[in-house]
Design a protein around this ligand. Sequence first.
Ligand code: AMP
Length: 249
Amino acid sequence: MKIVVAVKRVADPNVKVRALADSSGVDLANVKMTMNPFDEIAVEEAVRLKEAGRADEVVVVSIGSEKSAETLRTALAMGADRGILIRTEAVVEPLAVAKLLKAVAEAERPDIIITGKQAIDDDANQTGQMLSALLGWGQGTFASKLVVGDKAIEVTREIDGGLQTVSLQLPALVTADLRLNEPRYASLPNIMKAKKKPIDERTPADYGASIEPRLIVVRVHEPANRKAGIKVGSVGELVERLHREAGVL
Ligand code: AMP
């Protein structure tokens, strides 16, 4: 069984990013970058399936600048077998990512593709869903548990107010949610080993997919500063104030 995992390089979630002065986007100059946290979870799950003998090969794919190779190396150090870097300097929207991943799927013929549930930079939460639609595969989104069989996969999904378990015929697409697992830290020997693992470099043109943007970003701005809070003397006072604010009193 082969598993393909999509990994995106994003700004480190612990870093406070700022909007550019002209509101055209986010200032990423000198910002620490890392693997999208949900993609780390996706890689971890694929590597665990390999370690459990359910999968034979884990292929990681990233679309982005040459720096995305670092993100692929991190995934290789976690235990993935090889990487594919689809190199572009352009902004690649979820539909274009999905088209490129579809082309990768057609070339690699994986049994399972795992993406993160969302990239923490654009917060789109679209790529996995679009990819499964383009491929005509079943999708198990917001996965918090996977049980992989020979012909099907059971995906437990985090939905409002509970959990839903769906069974999908393979090949299938899964998007990883926070509670699927806790990703490992790569050990130093594995980081060294990862340097020797292959990364195949391609361009979007190799896959014949159009990555032409379809959206226009009108404005990016920071949230308004929050007002300072106040201290109340008792629960009773708090309830009274909340009622007053809500216009109940
Ligand atoms: P999004 O739909 O943008 O929120 O992204 C959802 C998931 O799609 C991410 O967690 C990644 O697994 C995958 N993805 C999005 N953009 C890229 C990219 N440029 N390269 C590789 N994977 C990506």
